[in-house]
Design a protein. Structure first.
Length: 179
């Protein structure tokens, strides 16, 4: 199987596609993550490939436009969710800083693989950006959890009592993080 980058022009626009030659009988065109992929039999002649792609140019153009528009909308929604997350985290930090009489050194929101949040010995809090998909109260729970770690760097009874003092129904939101 071999792969090459190519392009065609349609409606004055250059459309890039990946040409894959494989041990198959038929020709296929599909769009994956905004990219056009053309799969053809290994022994097919260049002219046959060009004719096939030109014949399908209108379909490719319409579908690549649709796919790219969908990606743009998804990115816009993700961006709006991230702004919402930043706002909720900021307000929760302010709220629990006053209630707990503590202040984190730094607060970051980023993609972390291992947890919903973390708190370092230096009082730096990191919140997982995937929380953007969760409801506000669940996000607030994660912030409170990490803020309580500034006072208790463990998951002792004392730690959980502190969490429960400021959010008596925390177990409900803790459960929501598992779904």
């Amino acid at each position: 199987m071999s792969s090459m980058q190519n392009n065609i022009e349609y409606n004055g626009e250059i459309i890039e596609y990946e040409l894959i030659k494989a041990k198959i009988k038929n020709m296929y065109i599909y769009i994956k993550e905004g990219k056009v992929i053309v799969k053809v039999p290994i022994k097919l002649k260049e002219q046959q490939i060009k004719d096939f792609i030109n014949k399908k140019a209108n379909w490719i153009y319409k579908n690549i436009k649709k796919e790219r528009e969908k990606i743009k909308i998804e990115e816009k929604i993700e961006q709006e969710d991230l702004v919402r997350l930043q706002w909720i985290v900021k307000n929760s930090i302010e709220k629990y800083s006053k209630l707990l009489n503590i202040k984190p050194n730094k607060v970051k929101i980023k993609d972390i693989k291992y947890a919903w949040g973390s708190c370092s010995i230096k009082k730096n809090i990191t919140i997982n950006q995937k929380l953007a998909a969760k409801d506000a109260k669940t996000i607030e729970y994660v912030v409170l959890h990490e803020m309580c770690h500034i006072k208790q760097m463990n998951h002792s009874k004392k730690f959980w009592s502190l969490v429960e003092k400021y959010m008596p129904d925390y177990k409900e939101y803790k459960k929501m993080l598992r779904s």
